[in-house]
Design a protein around this ligand. Structure first.
Ligand SMILES: O=C(O)CCC(=O)C(=O)O
Length: 378
């Protein structure tokens, strides 16, 4: 693991941020939260202070030890196959989050990926801001901060770079030099693993996942690198606010710092309904979560998980999600096999592109994104 040395701050004295120039400095000029911290800022600006009910207060968190399954994916090929399938299905039906080991991705690759994320964000702001929306040399790469800053009352304490996959050649040509090779390897290996998981879950619904279905429901692939700089008052901010992911499956690599929390939807082994529990960092493991699309396809059987991220005052955190989503032109709706089993449909059909437009039209608001297609009973 590399030692992460923040580059010498570019601003000798903390600038006097008022509400407007702070937004320009962080969002429009692309200095990000990292630029703000590097400028010597020692207090959380008002624009980042979350309303009381959105703050992540450690005291209100589940304090008892929760045993979440860590699933050995290699055991799918052995005598424990049925047991692993059962655990995968049960995790998808309850928390919508689980961790996997022996997933086929070399540990060295995961370490290199975290290093690459630090290297990207530790560059001077002008090297990152070339990828800002509207000026980026490629539509495949976007650097930014928070989620949809223009729509958010309180901004999220996070900078990110998104890399959309169209082909290996495009990735190697257009993605940032610091991360393109390692991010591409991560994407390739994680997609293979996610396909295996989706096959298992679909089979449980009575559906055989063929190549065209996999291409339809996981046809858009995007690797994000998230960077959460240290925060002078973590109890006032969030790294990422409450949300579910819009796609089919998300594969996430988190570092050892921790701070990813998921909400329990139903009473069960994982905790009580409404409780937030931490997905603890496990060395070498990958986190998998169910997205809204899979909840819709399964007619509500598999649960897209509401989650959020806490900030910390001690160390910058990185996480690297791979979002596997349908292509915009793909129709999403409950699969006939799931509807037949349930005797009714919970969601109406829409194009994934429409779902996505609605998703990005608002600030994060938990699982409200699903209301777009939820059929409300009269
Ligand atoms: O940083 C994390 O652990 C989760 C990130 C996340 O939820 C997201 O990027 O949507």
């Amino acid at each position: 693991m590399l030692e992460y040395q923040t580059q010498t701050p570019q601003y000798p004295m903390a600038p006097a941020f008022d509400a407007i120039n702070l937004f320009d400095f962080v969002v429009k000029e692309g200095n990000g939260v990292k630029g703000m911290i590097d400028s010597g800022l020692s207090e959380v600006p008002d624009r980042y202070i979350q309303p009381e009910h959105e703050r992540i207060n450690k005291k209100n968190m589940n304090s008892h030890v929760v045993s979440l399954p860590t699933i050995d994916l290699s055991a799918l090929d052995g005598p424990k196959h049925d047991q692993v399938v059962e655990t995968l299905v049960m995790s998808a039906e309850t928390l919508g989050f689980f961790q996997v080991v022996n997933h086929g991705l070399p540990i060295q690759l995961l370490e290199e990926l975290k290093d690459a994320a630090h290297q990207f964000f530790n560059q001077p702001p002008e090297k990152k801001s070339v990828y800002l929306k509207g000026v980026s040399p490629s539509p495949l790469v976007k650097y930014g901060t928070s989620f949809v800053p223009e729509k958010e009352k309180a901004l999220e304490w996070k900078d990110y770079v998104s890399m959309i996959y169209t082909s290996d050649d495009d990735a190697l040509k257009h993605w940032p030099d610091h991360c393109k090779e390692v991010a591409l390897k991560y994407l390739q290996a994680s997609t293979k693993m996610a396909k295996t998981i989706l096959e298992v879950l679909m089979k449980d619904l009575g559906v055989t996942l063929d190549a065209s279905m996999a291409a339809a429901y996981m046809g858009t692939k995007m690797v994000n690198m998230n960077f959460y700089p240290t925060c002078p008052a973590p109890e006032l901010t969030v790294g990422v606010g409450r949300h579910s992911d819009m796609g089919t499956l998300t594969v996430l690599l988190q570092d050892g710092i921790g701070g990813l929390f998921v909400k329990v939807e139903e009473n069960g082994n994982a905790g009580k309904k409404g409780e937030w529990i931490e997905i603890p960092p496990i060395e070498g493991a990958l986190v998998i979560n169910i997205g809204d699309t899979l909840q819709i396809l399964s007619n509500g059987r598999f649960k897209s998980a509401e989650h959020r991220v806490r900030t910390t005052s001690t160390q910058s955190r990185v996480s690297i999600p791979l979002f596997l989503t349908p292509r915009p032109e793909v129709k999403i709706g409950p699969l006939p096999q799931a509807v037949e089993k349930d005797g009714g449909t919970e969601y109406k059909e829409c194009l994934f592109g429409e779902y996505m437009t609605n998703f990005f039209g608002e600030a994060h608001q938990g699982k409200k994104s699903l209301d777009f297609v939820k059929i409300t009973q009269p």
